[in-house]
Ligand binder design. Sequence first.
Ligand code: 6PG
Length: 236
Amino acid sequence: MNGSARGVRWLVVADVAELHRTACRYIIEAAERAIQQRGEFAIVLAGGNTPRGVYRLLRAERSDWSRWSVYFGDERCLSPDDVERNSKMAADEWLEHVPIPKQRVHIIPAELGATAAALAYADTLRGVGEFDFVLLGLGEDGHTASLFPRHDWGSAPDAPDVLAVFDSPKPPPQRVSLSAARLSRAREVLFLVAGESKREAIARWRAGEQLPASAISAVARADVLIESNLLKARAD
Ligand code: 6PG
């Protein structure tokens, strides 16, 4: 698998507000296309803080929400109502405010612990085909979802769909993540990258270092929405 970033489209935005607006438009347009062509739209959500503003904008959008299916790319092993849960953030900012049928929102039951939750979510994904849209972030150390550099991130084509993670460098240590192979089975992948702390990770990705993001973008069509300053030489 080629680790370079050659196949990636870098979509440069001025600031975080533009990043949120652009991502929101991308998602809504992808949903319209999918619903028109196939009658439904399956999206995988990112965790972390960067998508918060996107979720807030999505809740004000119009869409045929009854046709959406929502999955999560990763989850932190915490109680369901912990504010650090990715599912809680998405619910508070967006999902509870739009009429997506509850049974179509597929939360990772991470409160069960990483092993049991990974098994349960693998069951949930059984029979689910290609995702229409996968939204991802990028961590300071180059991780994406809960796939960390120098760990096994499941990029082999026969890798399991869901991985139990026990030694995440970003807290909490126990997490559940879709593998790179499963995240790559998508019509579109969109990475959201904002903030000075991501500068080094971006430089490593663009230099061709093998990172979870490069493994995914080597297989799937990937766009990266990125603040313009992160592609320029540091000002100081
Ligand atoms: C998580 C994530 C993780 C996140 C990045 C970026 O649950 O921690 O899914 O991969 O997307 O760490 O996080 P920020 O957007 O907060 O920088």
